[in-house]
Design a protein around this ligand. Structure first.
Ligand code: SF4
Length: 889
């Protein structure tokens, strides 16, 4: 520790601390304007001047390192005058009326504390106001040129939108469009607004609705990054959302969805009362009537057709507690293992693959390893779009010197920064990864010491991958053999190497096997069990990891314990034998419904019809059932067309609970506002139905905490994750006891299954979905930055202005060949169906391949997607459908 004095008071700070940190430790606060703790020190504004004994000049506290023995003075009258002079200079053209209107802004606070409000004599000028962004406005007349917006956009967000033009008195900050924000490359993350110390950058909602009355810390409702938010509410409405500054995951940053896409909770078409479809029309009913109806129909169908005639779908958008109740309801009340969740259509192959080799179906490392990795391999994932906060951390790590390999059919944003981009053909992950292992073993780049100590099957794998030489595999994958060699060498030699992967790995015929190859690669190079390494799936929705881990899986109970080897604790706690018949997964449930075997389905927080592939097939299945119950915030497409009952759920901002993010971190969500009307948390609805079906003993929880305590009693590695501990911050499992610190890196010394594990040999099996003369293009599908999946939530926010429609992205040369113009609507036709959507040019695609997002019910892309499924888990092959493109005129 470094010892020094501040205004004659002794203080201690960590090595590397600045004088501003020392002042904070001493309880001294001085004005800062250009300083933001998320940014590298700049010292440009010279407001935080202090004097240091023995130094002739005043120093900027934010940029001066603390040194042993320094004597620092902050309260000298000369210093105060000097700060006043700088603040007065900054305020000379500032619109004074803003100071009281936005008391939370740092510059305003300091002007008031130093009695300088009257120095702000400027006027706001409508001609200098840019309100073109749907979420925030930029008023140049309130800009004091502190450059925090410029710096946070580049240093944290990595978008480089804000530019400084001209020099001296003519200096101006402008977006990269050199015109309106709306024309710029801004991704609307709001970091500049959050950092701006004046009213130059202000959220529209803050202008319109004023300052929030209450602030509640909770977790983002969107992706599996799990950013923590501060939610500002006023009169039971969310008026502003800010990033939690000290959150371990997002470290004071969020993306456009987390920060701005929250107004769906107040949407006019939010359903807040239960409804039954009577005579073909929806009718609002009381909870008593809805519960009685659901309970009696489920009882009838179970008695008539047996428990396995009913299926339950938990939700990756719902908290752990609700998913636990969903699977307990299926197993205890109905007596079936027919329970699944939307992990089936995304990362089920990841969980299966990782469990099959490593013994745990979850990320081995933490997001903080991004900054520790020497090399980052991004495969089948576009984090800048789908997991933006992680994407920006990867980009920043690269800009600070890490190596970056991107393996993706598209030149995604990170590919522009990559040392190696392997632009492979969709569906060829297995031969590509086998080929990388071929190079590593051929060139002796494996980690022999690690392999000797922990891994079996090395010689067998060496023999197996001999057949996957880059010269043979290159043409299969559509890449140059030397590129495969470059990627293999970099991954194997610049260690630790960390991989992050997404649905480009899992949504294939060989989804599970592809991830097994990725695990093989990591083991071969000693990258499992080390900081800065590992295999790390980026989970799609916020609680994909949690919903499956709570037991919303047909073959696994809570804690990912196989149904076939259920511990006695379940029997004791649930008070009855568990159903023995293997359950159906989501895809199998729909197959069974189509042939009349599944009679009822209860779907929680998931739009099956819009989201599943081959929509015609999904429609046939949903139409066939006698009872479809949809529980959601809105009448989604599945509910609108097929449901018999709609049960209104509370949103995550409207109730407590826990989410589990993609790095195994369990975090508390807290209630910021009340739910509308009579909407209820999902677990409470299911508990009421259970009670109406005569199950009171195991379904009499008082609240979410009581449910979570039951989860902990059945899940030994999560037993230490009490609400009381989570209140102080999220923790990563395994965390078996209340004094365990949680686990950031798995498999350090051993695997759950033992000290050693074995590599797998995975033979490449090409997808049957291939191009032909009738269907000459290969369609890949995925998400967009502004929307999540069926856009149930984002589609009811201003994000729809930022991204109004799905698009068909196509290489300009392919488009020209077809005579297509950008923006023109086309029909894409596959063997499964067709959809109409506008064309967008994308130079990052491979010839003959197109890419489309699938969010809009109007476009309904999943009418075209293929029926091929992962060979192990049944996850659909969304990433590869042969199509033709037809002009509409
Ligand atoms: Fe939410 Fe994901 Fe964006 Fe974070 S990165 S704010 S969790 S959508």
């Amino acid at each position: 520790m470094i010892q020094l004095t501040v205004d004659r008071k002794p203080v201690e700070v960590e090595p590397g601390a600045t004088l501003l940190d020392a002042l904070k430790s001493a309880g001294r606060e001085i004005p800062t304007v250009c300083h933001d703790e998320r940014l590298a020190p700049s010292g440009a504004c010279r407001v935080c001047l202090v004097s240091v004994e023995g130094q002739s000049r005043l120093v900027a506290a934010c940029a001066c390192p603390a040194v042993e023995g320094m004597n620092v003075t902050t309260d000298d009258p000369e210093l105060i005058e000097s700060r006043k002079a700088v603040l007065t200079f900054m305020a000379r053209e500032y619109p004074g009326e803003r100071i009281d209107a936005f008391p939370e802004k740092g510059f305003h606070r300091w002007l008031k504390l130093y009695g300088l409000e009257h120095e702000a004599q400027g006027r706001s000028d409508r001609d200098r106001l840019d309100a073109s962004n749907p979420y925030f406005m930029f008023d140049r007349s309130a800009c004091i040129e502190c450059y925090r917006c410029v710096r946070i956009c580049s240093e944290v967000q990595g978008s480089f939108v804000w530019q400084i033009v001209n020099r001296g008195p003519e200096t101006r900050i402008v977006p990269d469009s050199l015109s309106e924000m709306a024309q710029s490359t801004c991704k609307s993350c709001g970091a500049c607004v959050d950092s701006c110390p004046t009213s130059a950058l202000v959220d529209h909602t803050r202008w319109r609705e004023g300052l929030a009355d209450s602030w509640t810390r909770t977790v983002c409702p969107y992706c599996g990054v799990g950013c923590e938010l501060e939610v500002g509410a006023k009169s039971n409405r969310i008026v502003q959302v800010l990033p939690a500054r000290d959150a371990p995951v997002n470290k004071g940053h969020v993306c456009v969805k987390g920060r701005y896409a929250h107004q769906y909770v107040h949407a006019s078409d939010r359903i807040s009362e239960p409804m039954l479809r009577k005579g073909g029309e929806w009718e609002v009913v009381s909870w008593d009537e809805a519960i009685t109806f659901v309970a009696s129909r489920l009882t009838e169908l179970r008695n008539q057709h047996g428990p396995d005639s009913i299926g339950i779908l938990g939700s990756s958008r719902a908290p752990n507690e609700d998913n636990y109740i969903a699977q307990k309801f299926a197993r205890v009340v109905l007596g079936t293992n027919n329970v699944d969740c939307c992990a089936r259509v995304c990362h089920a192959p990841t969980a299966a693959a990782m469990k099959s080799i490593l013994g745990t179906g979850a990320a081995t490392n933490s997001y903080d390893d991004i900054e520790r990795a020497e090399t980052i391999l991004v495969i089948g994932s576009n984090p800048s779009v789908n997991h933006p906060v992680v994407g920006e951390r990867i980009k920043q790590a690269k800009l600070r010197g890490a190596n970056l390999i991107v393996i993706d059919p598209k030149a995604i944003e990170l590919a522009k920064y990559a040392d190696v981009h392997v632009q492979l053909r969709p569906g060829t992950n297995v031969p590509l990864l086998n080929s990388m292992m071929h190079v590593i073993l051929e060139e002796g780049l494996e980690d022999s010491e690690y392999l000797n100590r922990r891994i079996d099957g090395v010689e067998e794998l060496r023999e197996f991958v001999r057949d996957y030489a880059p010269e043979k595999v290159g043409p299969i994958c559509g890449v140059c053999p030397s590129t495969i060699r470059d990627a293999a060498r970099l991954y194997a030699t610049a260690r630790p190497s960390m991989s992050v992967h997404g649905l480009g790995m899992t949504e294939h015929l060989q989804g599970t096997e592809g991830v097994q190859c990725l695990v093989n690669l990591a083991l071969l190079t000693g990258n499992i069990g080390v900081e800065g390494g590992g295999v790390n799936p980026l989970r799609g929705q916020n609680n994909v990891q949690g919903s499956a881990h709570m037991g919303c899986e047909p073959s696994n109970l809570t804690g990912h314990v196989a149904v076939s080897s259920a511990p006695a604790a379940f029997l004791e706690r649930w008070g009855r034998p568990l159903p023995e018949v293997q359950g159906l997964n989501l895809m199998q449930m729909l197959d069974a419904a189509e042939v009349g075997q599944l009679k009822a389905m209860w779907v929680i927080g998931y739009d099956v019809y819009l989201t599943n592939p081959s929509a015609e097939k999904t429609a046939r299945a949903l139409e066939s059932m006698e009872l479809v119950i949809v529980q959601d915030l809105f009448l989604n497409e599945s509910a609108r067309l097929f449901a018999h009952v709609f049960l209104p759920a509370a949103a995550s901002f409207e109730r407590p609970g826990t989410f589990m993010n993609a790095e195994r971190r369990v975090q508390l969500l807290r209630k910021a506002i009340d739910p509308p009307g009579n909407a209820l948390p999902d677990w409470e609805i299911m508990q009421r139905v259970a009670q109406a079906m005569g199950e009171t003993e195991g379904f009499s929880f008082a609240d979410e905490c009581a449910i979570w305590d039951e989860v902990r009693s059945l899940w030994p590695v999560g037993a230490g994750l009490s609400y009381a501990r989570l209140e102080k911050g999220g923790l990563q499992w395994p965390c078996p006891t209340e004094d365990h610190p949680g686990t950031t890196v798995l498999h350090k010394d051993r695997f759950p299954t033992g000290e050693r594990t074995a590599l797998k040999q995975i033979t490449y099996i090409p997808s049957p979905e291939v191009v032909s003369d009738s269907f000459p293009f290969l369609l890949n599908s995925g998400r967009d930055l502004y929307h999540l999946n069926a856009a149930t939530m984002t589609g009811r926010t201003e994000n729809s202005r930022l991204r109004p429609t799905d698009t068909l992205d196509i290489l300009p040369s392919d488009a020209r060949r077809l005579g297509l113009e950008e923006g023109e609507s086309v029909r894409i036709v596959s063997r499964f169906g067709e959809a109409v959507l506008p064309v967008r040019f994308d130079r990052g695609l491979r010839p003959g391949e197109v890419f489309a997002t699938f969010h809009s019910p109007k476009v309904f892309l999943n009418k075209t997607t293929s029926t091929v499924r992962d060979r192990v888990t049944g996850t659909p092959e969304y990433k590869r459908t042969a199509v033709r493109i037809e002009r509409l005129r």
